[in-house]
Design a protein around this ligand. Structure first.
Ligand code: ZN
Length: 527
């Protein structure tokens, strides 16, 4: 491993990350995310391409007014066009007008792209790079030079790729970022190529990987072992096609496994919150199995390892999840046995395996599982079962009745109209709503009925709804299992419902979700 003590972290969630399918951020989202990235200790935040739209340009105007503690906001653009003067080139002008302390200039290092894409000579490409970096540097910017398709370029003609690196260095680039733009390079090639570079004669090396072979994280780590001191990536690994290198994995690997310092190390215990915050802003369901920060990254299910999990779950974990702000979860299932139930109950007190509460919970869990309920992915519903058995449950309301009607007119989307009658502390309330489907309509009708008595409901919302048919051989009588994930921006929780009727199954999961929130966060705020 090369001898250096610090790696700088460059986040491109706001630029490359938004190239990912389904990732859309408003201007406000971008500013909110930038504030969180700064808090987390990110060194550079790539804000976008100021020339591409008014939204991008306004981001830089507004970001200028912020007082970032750790991060340098960075504008992205390319080298001047062939034949242009850097001084009057629109890309360079836009980067300057963004008035950021640092800029990223992308340039060509693969001969084939010089010939076939920008149709210019190899010499002119080098001059375009030199002029652009030189001018931006002269204007007081810190210039990060992104070498597009560097690894392919190096494999095609290493001498030319090296010349591009030297040109960037001579022009005054602060770092030379080797980009694997099509994501096709493997870790051993990365190691070999970076090791073969005359690093002491060049500006510091950085890397930017895409995940098309599933190796973006591995490649980034290999690069650090070969001497790279600047890593680009995105939160949650979002990006075009298969994504970019995932900073939520790279940073803890550097910090906890390799003993390398980044400015994000001090705030490492905020990483899980950061990952979920960014997902929430982008309206993307967080990947539960994401290493380090995923909801199941430290969850255990009995079975083969039942013994270890009952006695010492930490022996099944590669690190303590708390280091990255994550939590251990012991999944509940009939298979798990009484010791798991005892652990679940620990939140409410000390219970013995032989106690009546544990035995009756164990029995009802078995029964419920036979009916098709599953609590591994619906711990909030199980929490309510526990509360009921301990007499620590308060129902958010009592249902009198609801009524749903679905209608469709030719050429228009179908709609559902619903009304609900319910009681809160013996007093009748009525709510009504029109929605696209029955779940949305019921949810809205309940909120309508409780708008005065339960204003806290506006803080929680559904983020995911999943339906599964349990015994399809029964055709029309098949059972439906519904899972609902809800969130209040800080916590998320999952509930389940099972019935032969999909509306009834959804209703159960929906009411569990509201009751869970009510019992855990409204009645027991400090719990
Ligand atoms: Zn990229």
């Amino acid at each position: 491993m090369k001898n250096f003590d610090k790696v700088t972290i460059f986040d491109t969630t706001l630029r490359d990350g938004t190239q990912g399918t389904g990732i859309n951020l408003t201007l406000k989202d971008k500013l909110d995310i930038a504030a969180k990235l700064d808090e987390a200790g990110v060194d550079y935040i790539e804000g976008g391409f100021p020339l591409s739209s008014e939204k991008e340009a306004s981001f830089f105007r507004l970001a200028q007014k912020e007082n970032y503690k750790h991060s340098k906001i960075t504008a992205f653009g390319s080298t001047r066009k062939s034949g242009n003067k850097a001084e009057s080139d629109p890309y360079i002008t836009a980067m300057l007008q963004a008035e950021t302390p640092a800029v990223v200039v992308v340039g060509k290092s693969w001969k084939e792209h010089v010939e076939k894409v920008i149709n210019t000579t190899f010499e002119e490409n080098l001059e375009m790079i030199y002029d652009s970096i030189h001018l931006l540097k002269k204007e007081g910017r810190e210039v990060i030079f992104d070498l597009e398709h560097f690894f392919d370029g190096y494999k095609g003609d290493s001498e030319y790729a090296l010349k591009v690196l030297q040109t960037g260095t001579e022009a005054g680039a602060h770092s030379l970022v080797l980009c694997d733009t099509n994501g096709g390079t493997l870790p051993m090639e990365v190691l070999e190529i970076i090791n073969s570079l005359p690093q002491k004669d060049l500006a510091p090396i950085g890397v930017h990987f895409h995940n098309d072979t599933g190796n973006a994280v591995a490649n980034s780590i290999m690069s650090v072992t070969a001497g790279a001191s600047h890593i680009q990536g995105t939160i949650n690994g979002w990006g075009e096609r298969c994504g970019n290198a995932n900073l939520c994995i790279i940073v803890p690997n550097l910090a906890l496994k390799m003993g390398i310092y980044t400015n994000m190390n001090d705030g490492l215990s905020g990483l899980t919150t950061l990952s979920r915050y960014v997902a929430e802003k982008a309206n993307v369901i967080p990947d539960k199995s994401q290493p380090y920060v995923g909801e199941t990254a430290f969850s255990h299910k009995a079975g083969q390892h039942a013994d270890v999990i009952a006695k010492a779950p930490e022996l099944m974990e590669h690190i303590d999840g708390k280091l990255v702000g994550n939590k251990r979860k012991i999944l509940i299932s009939g298979l798990a046995g009484k010791s798991t139930i005892v652990r679940k109950l620990a939140k409410y007190g000390d219970f013995d395996k032989q106690s009546e509460v544990v035995s009756s919970l164990f029995e009802s869990l078995k029964e419920k599982e036979l009916e098709g309920y599953e609590y591994e992915a619906a711990e909030a519903s199980f929490d309510l079962i526990i509360r009921k058995s301990l007499d620590r449950f308060a129902s958010i309301f009592d249902l009198s009745n609801y009524h749903l009607e679905s209608f469709k007119t030719k050429g228009a989307k179908s709609k559902t109209v619903g009304r609900i009658f319910l009681k809160v502390k013996g007093i009748d309330h009525m709510g009504a709503a029109v929605g696209e489907g029955p779940v949305e309509t019921l949810d809205e009708a309940i909120r309508d009925a409780l708008i005065q008595t339960h204003p806290f409901l506006s803080k929680m919302h559904l983020i995911d709804y999943k339906v599964r048919i349990l015994n399809p051989e029964e055709a029309a009588h098949a059972k439906t299992r519904v899972f609902i994930t809800s969130s209040d921006h800080q916590h998320s929780w999952d509930t389940v419902g099972v019935s032969e009727n999909i509306v009834e199954a959804s209703w159960e999961a929906l009411i569990d979700s509201m009751n869970y929130y009510y019992n855990n966060f409204v009645l027991e705020e400090d719990n």
